[in-house]
Design a binder for this molecule. Structure first.
Ligand SMILES: [Zn+2]
Length: 587
C-alpha cells in the first residue's frame, strides 16, 4: 500500500484517488477499525457493500418505512447528501416492502454509509471510479484457490490460506474402459467437493476465455499474484490454462473425452491434501466410454483457446486446436452418448439428455477460429432450432450452452458467415435484453430475478442475467444493458433481502459458512476469499432448507450454514459468471 508520506508530491486528483484507494483498502482489510462506526449497522438497509461507480446510478434499498435518508461520510459522519425515499413497494419474491434511496447525483469519490431515521445506518460502501477491480481480483483468485494437484498459497494478503499439494495419485475407474494409474495433476476442484468435471469445466473455462476476448482492455494489466504472473501472458489466461490443461488430459487417443475425474463418493469435510480417496477417471461404463456432451464441450473450449492463446503461446494454441478438431470428429461419430453415474459412483453427475447444443457451440467456436466450411455448414443447418432459447434469459447454464454458440457465431463475423443467422441472433438477444431491463427497473429489489429463478445456484442465475445483458451490449451497445447487469451485481454484493454480500470476505457483512471443504476444515476463522455462494433455493434439497419455515417466499429460502449445500455451496460455473459480470463493470 502506498505511504501517505508521498502525498505532497501528488496533484489534488491523485491525492483524492489515493485517499479513496486507502479508504477502499481499509473497507476490505481493516473492518475492525470501521467496526466502531458500523456497529449500529443492520440489515434493514440494503446496500452494495463494495459500492457504486461515481458516474452511474446509485440506489440503496430500505426495508423499514421512512421518508428521508442521508448519505454520510464514513470518516467524520458528516452529511454528503440528503434525499427523499421513494414510496414503498411490495416485493412478493421476498415478502419485503422496500423503498429506494436514490443518490445518483452524489459523484464525489469516498467512503460513505446511509443513515435513515428510524432504520439506523448501513454498512460502509465506496463511490469511486473503478470500484469493482479488487472484487474482480478476489473472484479470479478464487479459481487459483481451487487448483488441484499443486500447493496453493494466497500469500501475506491472506495468511494461513494455504494447502500442500493434493490428489497426486489418479487411476482409471473400470467404467472408463481403461485401466491403471494416470497422471492426475491439474484442474480446479469443481465446487465444495474435490471432483473435477469436464462439463462444468466447459462452461466455466469457456466463460473465462470469453471474459478475456470481450474485456481484454479492462483486465489486461490486473495481476492475480499467481505463480505464473509476469510470464508475459495475461493472468486470466494463465489461470484458465490451469484447468484447460487438465481438460485436455481427459481426452482419449480416439478423440473422445471422459466425463469426470472424482472419487466414487464425496470425501468428508477435510482439507484437499487430507482427502485420500482414489481420484478416478470415470466413464460411461460401456463402449465408447466417453460422453458426447463432455467431448463437445472440450471441442468448444479448446477452439476458443486456439484463438486466445495464439499471441502468447502459439504451440499451445496449435495443440488446443488439434484437440478440438479431434473432439469434434468423435462427437460427429457419437452424437448422443449420454452419461449416467455408473453403479457405485455418487459424485456429481452433470447428466444432460441432449448434447446438440454442446455441438452447436463447438461448431460456432471452430468456425470462428478456423473459417473451415464444415463447421459453418453444421451451424447454419442447426442454429434456427436454438434461437428460441435466447427469448428466455438468462438462457445459458452448464447443460444449456446453445446461447454460447449463437453469440460466438454472431460475434465472430467471419467472411462467409450467414448474415441472416447473425441478424436473428442479434435481434432476439437485444429484444430479450430490453425486456429484462424493463423488468429489472420494475423489480422492487432492482434485480432481473423472477420467482422461478430461485433455484439451486440462484446467485449464478443472477450473475448469468448479467452475462446475458453484457452479451447483448457486445452485440448492440446500450448503456442500459450495462447498468441492468450492474443491478444484478449490486444484488449479489448486498442489495438483497438479507443485506448480505454473497462473495466471501467482500464487504462488511459477507456470508461466512460456504459449503466448501477448504473453508470448513476447522482451520480458518473466515472462509477462503472471493467465492460466490449458491444463494436462495426454493427447491430446498437439503435438510437445513427443509427445516426453514414452510411459508417462506422464494428469495428468503437460504441459510448461511456449511451443511446447506443446496443454498450455500460455491461452484466454478457461477464463479465464472461472476467474473464475467465484474469484468464488464471495470473501466
Ligand atoms: Zn486436489
Amino acid at each position: 500500500m502506498a505511504s501517505p508520506l508521498f502525498l505532497p508530491t501528488l496533484n489534488p486528483e491523485s491525492v483524492r484517488e489515493l485517499l479513496l484507494t486507502l479508504a477502499v483498502a481499509c473497507l476490505l482489510f481493516c473492518p475492525a477499525v470501521l467496526l466502531h462506526g458500523a456497529e449500529s449497522a443492520g440489515t434493514a438497509i440494503k446496500v452494495d457493500q463494495v459500492g457504486y461507480p461515481q458516474d452511474g446510478p446509485k440506489v440503496v434499498l430500505v426495508g423499514v418505512e421512512a421518508e428521508t435518508f442521508e448519505i454520510r461520510r464514513s470518516d467524520d459522519n458528516t452529511v454528503a447528501f440528503r434525499g427523499q425515499l421513494s414510496p414503498p413497494q411490495a416485493d412478493p419474491d421476498s415478502g419485503d416492502r422496500v423503498q429506494a434511496a436514490d443518490f445518483s447525483r452524489l459523484r464525489k469519490p469516498g467512503t460513505y454509509y446511509v443513515e435513515v431515521p428510524g432504520a439506523g445506518r448501513s454498512w460502509n460502501f465506496a463511490v469511486g471510479k473503478d470500484i469493482f477491480a479488487h472484487t474482480y481480483y478476489l473472484a479470479m483468485r478464487g479459481f487459483y484457490g481451487q487448483r488441484c494437484g499443486t500447493a496453493v498459497d494466497l500469500g501475506p494478503e491472506f495468511p494461513g490460506y494455504f494447502h500442500p499439494i493434493c490428489h497426486q495419485h489418479g487411476e482409471f475407474h473400470p467404467s472408463s474402459g481403461a485401466q491403471g494409474t494416470r497422471d492426475n495433476l491439474g484442474g480446479w476442484h469443481d465446487a465444495g467437493d474435490y471432483g473435477r468435471y469436464v462439463v462444468n469445466s466447459g462452461i466455466a473455462t469457456g466463460t473465462l476465455l470469453w471474459t478475456w476476448e470481450i474485456f481484454a482492455k479492462k483486465i489486461r494489466d490486473i495481476s492475480l499474484k499467481i505463480p505464473e504472473s509476469g510470464n508475459g501472458t495475461p493472468d486470466i489466461l494463465n489461470e484458465a490454462r490451469w484447468n484447460l490443461e487438465w481438460m485436455l488430459k481427459m481426452q482419449d487417443a480416439d478423440g473422445g473425452v471422459w466425463h469426470k475425474q472424482t472419487s466414487e463418493h464425496f470425501p468428508g469435510f477435510v482439507s484437499p491434501e487430507e482427502d485420500t480417496l482414489p481420484s478416478q477417471v470415470i466413464g460411461a461404463g460401456t463402449t465408447p466410454y466417453k460422453s458426447t456432451c463432455a467431448t463437445a464441450d472440450l471441442a468448444a473450449v479448446a477452439a476458443i483457446a486456439a484463438r486466445v492463446y495464439q499471441p502468447f503461446d502459439a504451440k499451445f494454441a496449435a495443440q488446443a486446436l488439434e484437440a478440438s478438431k479431434r473432439a469434434w470428429a468423435w462427437a460427429e461419430q457419437h452424437p448422443e452418448v449420454l452419461f449416467k453415474n455408473p453403479a457405485g459412483v455418487s459424485t456429481g453427475e452433470y447428466g444432460d439428455a441432449n448434447c446438440k447444443d454442446e455441438r452447436l457451440w463447438a461448431a460456432a467456436e471452430l468456425w470462428r477460429t478456423t473459417g473451415e466450411a464444415a463447421y459453418n455448414d453444421f451451424f447454419v443447418k442447426e442454429y434456427a432450432a436454438f434461437l428460441p432459447s435466447l427469448d428466455s434469459p438468462p438462457a445459458e447454464n452448464w447443460s444449456q450452452v446453445a446461447p454460447m454458440g449463437l453469440w460466438s457465431y454472431a460475434l465472430g463475423k467471419r467472411h462467409g458467415s450467414d448474415k441472416k443467422a447473425i441478424e436473428a441472433i442479434r435481434a432476439r438477444t437485444v429484444a430479450a435484453a430490453r425486456a429484462v431491463v424493463e423488468r429489472t427497473r420494475a423489480n422492487p429489489y432492482r434485480t432481473s430475478m423472477t420467482a422461478k429463478d430461485y433455484v439451486w445456484g440462484s446467485n449464478g442465475v443472477a450473475a448469468s442475467y448479467g452475462v446475458y445483458l453484457l452479451m447483448a451490449n457486445a452485440l448492440h451497445k446500450d448503456r442500459e444493458f450495462v447498468e441492468a447487469a450492474r443491478d444484478n451485481l449490486h444484488y449479489l454484493l448486498g442489495r438483497n433481502t438479507f443485506s448480505l454480500s454473497w462473495v466471501t470476505q467482500v464487504g462488511e457483512h459477507a456470508y461466512l459458512h460456504p459449503h466448501h471443504r477448504p473453508s470448513g476444515d476447522g482451520k480458518h476463522a473466515l472462509p477462503w476469499p472471493g467465492l460466490l455462494s449458491g444463494g436462495p433455493n426454493a427447491g430446498r434439497q437439503d435438510d437445513v432448507l427443509k427445516a426453514l419455515a414452510a411459508d417462506l417466499p422464494p428469495a428468503k429460502i437460504y441459510a448461511d450454514q456449511l451443511a446447506s449445500y443446496a443454498s450455500n455451496e460455491i461452484a466454478i460455473n457461477w464463479q465464472a459468471s461472476l467474473v464475467f459480470l465484474l469484468a464488464g463493470q471495470l473501466r
